[in-house]
Design a protein around this ligand. Structure first.
Ligand code: ADP
Ligand code: MG
Length: 349
């Protein structure tokens, strides 16, 4: 994939040359960054706030496929998936470190593309790149990002705070990243069988972007603050709605009722799922990688949130003995399961 162009071998630069090349134009914007790249450790001062830390690692062949993932998008996504975890705590993200392991098949230009995406994400979300590590790998590309953020103790929202009667809300729409992935995988197979056929992603930009270039929902955290609504619990949707609501219910020791007809699914997601013979609801429940925010709010806040277009009320929290249920469009009650939840279309209706 990197043939036919003049490329710079990484050996020409060496490790330190590479690091300084990649980080030479860094500008730091966060007050809390006292020292960024260039010493044995970065130095931060969060001035009396609680500090939040989260890490996510992306492995080639497991989390991404370079056959259809542009490196710039990959860099962007690696930052977004980490920011999403900080926003899911109702906190502000401020710094990231980026560690990469790469084989010698990657020329400098490829790593530059990756960093273009990393810097774009950092700029868009106002976080400083303050360090990382660079190593060779025998095979494949590895990217590990650590994100730091801060919040007042009273602002932090955990997974365990949901109370009976709370409304369950989710931002944006679900299932798009998964159907986008199905499409990319299909076009990859078509291409492998006949490299002369161009990928057919016509009109599918939205779901392809949902897969390749997710946006962490900082805007929702800001919006909730503006509305003076503090969620009682929150989590980001990385593994699918079912898995995430089960985390909230388990940690809060509660049950829930979710309404299938309320689950927000974009028409393109719906149509594409059908094309693949998939149930769109199952894509939303088990697909994952949508990086939306799932949260609960007190019923008393209903008037503040009822006209908001940025998120949807999809159910409510119940007492634990009621279990975690999906109420289907045909009014059947199904226990929610985290994975392989496919009894729905077949046996249940
Ligand atoms: P050390 O030998 O102390 O681990 P390095 O030579 O690995 O130091 O790193 C030098 C500086 O460059 C450090 O500030 C480190 O955080 C930063 N750094 C190393 N690799 C990366 C990278 N891939 N992206 C951003 N910063 C990096
Ligand atoms: Mg190092």
């Amino acid at each position: 994939m990197f043939e036919n162009q003049d490329k710079t071998h990484l050996e020409e630069l060496g490790e330190f040359g590479l690091i300084s090349h990649l980080t030479k134009n860094i500008t730091l914007t966060q007050k809390s960054t006292v020292k960024g790249i260039g010493d044995d450790a970065a130095v931060l001062d969060h001035a009396g706030k609680k500090v939040l830390v989260s890490t996510d690692m992306l492995l080639e062949g497991i989390h991404f496929d370079l056959a259809y993932t542009p490196l710039k998008h990959l860099g962007y996504k690696a930052i977004q998936v980490n920011l999403s975890d900080i926003y899911a705590m109702n906190a502000t993200a401020t710094q990231v470190t980026v560690s990469i392991g790469m084989s010698s098949k990657f020329p400098l230009e490829a790593i530059e593309e990756l960093y273009e995406g990393i810097y774009l994400a950092c700029g868009n979300y106002n976080v400083d790149l303050i360090g990382g590590d660079t190593t060779a790998s025998k095979q494949g590309l590895v990217i590990s990002v650590t994100v730091l953020g801060y919040a007042d103790e009273s602002e932090i929202v955990y997974r365990n705070g949901a109370e009976e009667g709370d409304l369950i809300c989710v931002s944006g729409d679900l299932g798009g990243a998964y159907t986008g992935l199905q499409l990319l995988e299909r076009e990859k197979l078509v291409y492998l069988e006949n490299p002369n056929i161009q990928p057919d992603l016509e009109g599918k930009d939205y779901i392809v972007e949902r897969q390749l270039k997710p946006e962490a929902r900082k805007d929702i955290v800001d919006l909730l603050k503006d509305m003076d609504v503090k969620p009682t619990s929150m989590i980001d949707v990385s593994d699918g709605l079912a898995s995430e609501i089960l985390h909230i219910c388990k940690q809060s020791n509660k049950g829930c009722n979710l309404y299938e007809e309320k689950i927000p699914i974009d028409p393109m997601t719906y149509e594409t799922a059908r094309e693949f013979g998939l149930d769109p609801t199952v894509c939303a429940l088990s697909g994952g990688e949508d990086y939306e925010l799932l949260f609960t709010v007190k019923q008393a806040d209903y008037d503040k949130i009822k006209f908001k277009m940025d998120f949807t009320i999809i159910g409510y929290i119940t007492e634990p003995n009621a279990g975690c249920n999906l109420i289907t469009k045909s009014n059947n009650v199904h226990p929610l399961k985290a994975q392989g939840w496919n009894a729905f279309g077949a046996s249940a209706q």
